[in-house]
Design a protein around this ligand. Structure first.
Ligand code: URP
Ligand code: ZN
Ligand code: ZN
Length: 482
């Protein structure tokens, strides 16, 4: 057995597959031994019967993403990964976003510069493809996929990001051939623009009308359209940030037909409703995100989808904008009309404690489902497994020792992001990480941040497990069965 640098004793180790009582031995940042009565190590942590789980993998968060000025994200790689670590997440996958007219390679290079020396936990990149030119499709995307950037998001809405239907087909064709995973933001841009115009013209511009401008059918239609494209090209896709029953019905319909349609949901669709946008003054802006939170009945459908396996991943979609800030929610005035309010809410640090407390703690999901949704499945979905997302010999020692008897009322003051609010202020929690370890090093314990900016490493992603390159060449003839 290798010389052990760290032993976590008396763990109840939970993976997506099983639960076992054991000690966990660590050397060189990796798990090298699992068993009873491991030899003494220089550093010992007694987990004393606590659940020890793989660190969270947040497969959808936005950090220091370039925005049209003066809009600015509040968290960069330093504050964002600090906040993640304090909430039990040990790998983040934010987005290198291509601006229209920009080369994709340049967007990735720029994003590396933003991350360099700042992260305290490991990170990989997705890409956002907003301008799939012939050069991007023929040269850049294939090269980037080979170099470890194996997932990319496409948008069906937002003027500065959205792709036309045929552009989405072009991108899916590359993903199919080279085995990458395409994440889809599914909302119908024209419906949103049309509704927004009518709402603002009639004086309905307060934050609550953001939800009215993108009702469930707008998400349902785009979800169905994205599924149709995936079926046409016989390629897996992941529908991100699914908000409720209407989109879930489409996804279950597709899954029932045997299509490889994966789905993600996020805390805002379990813990917020459109009523949270409809509060006194401008405070509803804090909960403006897209798709918007729906109602209590839809929250229940999202819980059902987590329980019955419709959803594969549970991510934060952390999109950090300060509330009281002209670069944030008060962009362009004290109370801008809803179409000008930056979309997105913070959630990196609260993702795991919220789902543990209200999912595992209430018996809605079990411990293994929790690990699968928050760590193992995103690691597999984005080609990081088994280095990340499990407790196994050879895996990185990214671990969380959970305190599942930790009663607290959440307040933004205890969080470590750089945002001046949490949409979950006052919510009761029953669990919080006691210790977070990243490659065997403690980055959070006893209520304190112990990480160091710059220790986090960039990890290249392998090909996503569900998206291996298809064996036969695809042409339009294949789609038509010719
Ligand atoms: O409102 C949201 N979700 N903002 C973040 C960007 C995105 O579409 O995920
Ligand atoms: Zn999105
Ligand atoms: Zn997002």
């Amino acid at each position: 057995m290798d010389h052990l640098e760290l032993v976590i004793r008396n763990a109840v180790a939970v993976t997506a597959g099983d639960i076992q009582r054991c000690d966990i031995g660590v050397a060189d940042g990796r798990i090298v031994a699992l068993g009873r009565d491991l030899p003494h190590a220089a550093q010992e942590i007694d987990a004393a019967g606590r659940y020890v789980m793989p660190g969270g993998v947040d497969g959808h968060c936005h950090l220091d993403q370039p925005m049209p000025p003066p809009m600015k994200m509040a968290d960069d790689f330093e504050s964002g990964t600090r906040s993640a670590a304090c909430g039990g997440t040990t790998t983040v996958i934010p987005f290198a976003a291509q601006a229209k007219g920009q080369s994709l390679v340049a967007a990735v290079d720029d994003y590396h510069r933003r991350a360099e020396g700042r992260a305290c936990i490991d990170y990989a990149f997705h890409m956002i493809v907003s301008d799939p030119t012939p050069t991007v499709l023929r040269d850049e995307l294939p090269r980037l996929i080979r170099d470890g950037y194996t997932s990319f998001k496409v948008y069906m809405t937002y003027d500065d990001l959205k792709l036309s239907d045929r552009e989405i087909l072009d991108v899916l064709e590359v993903a199919r051939r080279d085995g990458a995973m395409v994440m889809v933001h599914a909302e119908n841009a024209d419906c949103i623009a049309w509704l927004s115009e009518r709402l603002v013209e009639s004086g309905r511009s307060a934050p609550r009308y953001h939800a009215a401008s993108r009702p469930a059918p707008v998400e349902r239609e785009a979800t169905h359209r994205a599924i149709t494209f995936a079926e046409l090209l016989d390629v897996p896709i992941l529908i991100v940030h699914v908000s409720g029953g209407e989109a879930i019905e489409q996804i279950r319909w597709a899954q029932g037909r045997g299509l490889s349609i994966y789905a993600e949901t996020c805390p805002q669709y379990l813990f917020l409703t459109a009523d949270d946008l409809d509060v006194d003054g401008f405070h509803g802006a804090k909960c403006v995100c897209s798709p918007p939170p729906r109602d209590v009945a839809n929250q229940q459908k999202v819980w059902d989808g987590l329980v019955n396996g419709t959803f594969h991943v549970f991510s934060s979609d952390h999109a950090p904008f300060r509330y009281d800030d002209p670069r944030g929610k008060r962009l362009g005035g004290a109370e801008p009309a809803f179409p000008h309010i930056p979309n997105g809410i913070p959630g990196l640090e609260t993702r795991l404690p919220l789902l543990f407390s209200h999912g595992v703690g209430t018996g809605r999901i079990d411990l293994q489902q929790f690990v699968a949704l928050t760590s193992t499945n995103p690691a597999r979905m984005y080609g990081l497994y088994p280095r990340k997302g499990t407790i196994a010999i050879g895996a990185d020692a990214d671990l969380v020792i959970w305190d599942d008897k930790h009663e607290l009322k959440l307040s933004n003051a205890q969080l470590h992001h750089n945002v001046d609010y949490t949409p979950y202020e006052g919510i009761r929690l029953t669990a919080w990480p006691a210790v977070t370890l990243s490659r065997g090093e403690v980055v959070w314990d006893e209520g304190g941040y112990r990480g160091v900016a710059g220790r986090g490493q960039f990890i290249k992603c392998g090909l996503p497990a569900p998206a291996r390159p298809r064996p036969k060449d695809f042409t339009w003839r294949t789609a038509l069965g010719l």
